[in-house]
Design a protein around this ligand. Structure first.
Ligand code: HEC
Length: 411
């Protein structure tokens, strides 16, 4: 698909077969009509004003109009934004001077929403398929000179949604480029599949955050997370990815698979299978990186490199016992690696940023609940970690890691 129509398909197909029950939401009981609030937080980051009008204008007053128009357009505020479903206006807002707007929708399933922008009388629109119960953060650029239908472009998009529960059937989340999917477990399992459910997720970057386990698969369920362009980051208080019974978990990213777990990074029991595939797999766990029992299999052969980062345990040991240095093992002479692998070092800054900063400073440092940090130096980050109480927990980051983040944040 070319740039022609930036229509995004965020489809969640909940294929309900017969009496099977699937709940695609936070696990609430679906009793009859089950509408959930979806919030669209948008920012109009840029408006390129119409040039066509200039050609059509004959009168001086018209030109004056245009001048004011362009001025106002550059302010990005004062744009009337309307959400329309099936021809009916469901919500509207006017952008503030920063270009921000918020639309709230009550949806009972994934729904096609037309978002109309009235920029000083010129109407342009974009269509989205929006899921029930999610929070969508979008950055929008409007170019009134673009061909009809292309005026509105989604520059960046992040979808935040609650945990996914699936007992039977299929949950399919398929997305376009430039989107980050955030699943916030709120302390529970981020994705939990039981029975013979299949969950398939395919966005650009995935952040599973605030999870008990990032994915827990039981029964004969199968959970597949594929990120054809990006990273898959998992932050779990217990096991990162956990499979039991005959379940299977497949995690496949082009970039980095980053797992931070309070217990084991990967845990498989029974006949279950977990397989990982990525350039770099980072497993940062308080217990084992990999814990396999029974006939289970954990296959990390798809990882180009495995980094088992020692987790930042709150080192309470005050007396550093003079460690009797274990006999200096003669480092195994570097086996003559056949191919001098030309792959550049993985962009760890991205993964570090996503797992440690993004929740507060937004995608790519563009600003989330807190300030925009694009272009901030390593020094500024270190100072912020020392001085800002909300960031004090990040003091475990090494200078090299902070550097990597600063490199990532460079404009
Ligand atoms: C729990 C929330 C939180 C997290 C996580 C967080 N920050 Fe912050 N950060 C803040 C707050 C709050 C401030 C101060 C208010 C502001 O600047 O919006 C701040 C300020 C900063 C500043 C100073 C901004 C300025 O204008 O000078 C930098 C730089 C920064 N953070 C970088 C980072 C980086 C890099 C990370 C990840 C390693 C990170 N922060 C993680 C909350 C957070």
């Amino acid at each position: 698909m070319t740039k022609a129509r930036r229509i995004l398909f965020i489809t969640v197909l909940c294929l309900i077969a017969g009496a099977f029950h699937i709940s695609c939401d936070g696990g609430g009981d679906s009793s009859g009509q089950n509408t959930q609030t979806t919030t669209i937080n948008g920012t109009v980051t840029n408006i390129i004003a119409s040039a066509q009008k200039e050609e059509r204008s004959f009168k001086f007053t018209k030109i004056l109009d245009i001048i004011t128009f362009i001025k106002e357009a550059k302010a990005q505020g004062g744009v009337l934004v309307t959400a329309i479903i099936d021809g009916i206006t469901v919500d509207s807002d006017v952008t503030d001077p920063e270009g921000d707007f918020t639309l709230t929708l009550e949806l009972d399933s994934a729904t096609n929403v037309l978002i109309l922008f009235d920029v000083n009388g010129e109407d342009v629109s974009i269509e989205l398929v929006v899921e029930e119960g999610s929070i969508l953060n979008i950055n929008i650029s409007i170019d009134l000179n673009a061909p009809p239908g292309d005026e509105v472009e989604i520059v960046e998009m992040e979808e935040v949604r609650g945990p996914i529960r699936c007992e039977n059937g299929t949950v399919n989340i398929i997305k376009n480029e430039n989107e980050t999917l955030v699943i916030d477990g709120g302390g529970e399992d981020c994705i939990k599949a039981e029975g013979n459910c299949t969950v398939f997720i395919d966005p650009e970057d995935v952040l599973l955050t605030n999870c008990e386990s990032c994915v827990k698969a039981e029964g004969t369920s199968m959970v597949t997370i594929v990120s054809p362009n990006g990273d898959i980051v998992c932050e779990a208080s217990e096991d990162g990815y956990k499979a039991e019974g005959d379940a299977e978990i497949v995690i496949d990213a082009v970039g980095v698979i980053d797992i931070s777990a309070g217990d084991n990074g990967l845990k498989a029991e029974g006949n279950s299978i977990i397989s990982l595939g990525a350039d770099t797999c980072i497993i940062n766990s308080l217990e084992s990186s990999i814990d396999v029992s029974g006939n289970a299999t954990i296959d990390t052969s798809g990882c180009g490199e495995i980094v088992e980062a020692p987790s930042p345990s709150p080192s309470p040991s005050p007396n550093p016992s003079p460690s009797p240095s274990p006999s200096p093992s003669p480092s195994p002479s570097p086996s003559p690696s056949p191919s001098p692998s030309p792959s550049p070092p993985p962009p760890l800054g991205v993964a570090l940023y996503i797992s440690n900063c993004q929740s507060c400073h937004g995608v790519d440092g563009m600003g989330g609940p807190f300030s925009n940090v694009v272009g901030k130096s390593a020094g500024a980050i270190s100072t912020a970690i020392m001085e800002i109480p909300a960031m004090s927990s990040l003091s475990f980051l090494s200078a090299a890691e902070i550097n990597a983040i600063a490199v990532f944040l460079a404009p």
